[in-house]
Ligand binder design. Structure first.
Ligand SMILES: [Zn+2]
Length: 133
């Protein structure tokens, strides 16, 4: 497997749409209630738009009312990376794809019990794949 983290911005620009590039590579945020998955309820998995790594499953998706797709946990802890983000004058935890380093969103500690986490993810960073029948 090629090292996705070494890809240059120019290489990413060729593969991603401008909105995908803005969110995944420049750590942008899509507008709430505008993305394609915030109210998406089909069964399946959500993969990284940048590299195709499976990140979240529909089982853990819940409606947080925030306008972004929210999950209580990733499919595998090892598929994501968490980093402290101190931009915008507050301390948050950024969530990235471990494989390609793409920005996914943030994780907050106000999710449903028992885990109590809310992975607040940009729709543009993930790509839905329907569960096989
Ligand atoms: Zn990725």
């Amino acid at each position: 497997m090629t090292n996705m983290k070494k890809k240059t911005d120019d290489e990413w620009k060729k593969e991603l749409t401008s909105e995908q590039f803005r969110v995944l590579r420049l750590k942008g945020t899509e507008k709430p209630f505008m993305g394609k998955y915030w109210n998406h309820e089909k069964e399946g998995a959500y993969k990284c738009t940048g590299c195709g790594t499976v990140l979240f499953e529909s089982d853990t998706k819940f409606d947080a009312g925030c306008g972004w797709p929210s999950f209580s946990s990733p499919i595998r802890e090892s598929n994501i990376e968490e980093k402290t983000d101190t931009t915008h004058g507050r301390v948050r935890t950024e969530v990235l794809c471990k494989n390609c380093g793409g920005h996914l969103g943030h994780v907050f500690d106000d999710g449903p019990k028992p885990i109590g986490l809310r992975y607040c993810i940009n729709s543009v960073s993930i790509d839905f794949e329907k569960k096989e029948e």
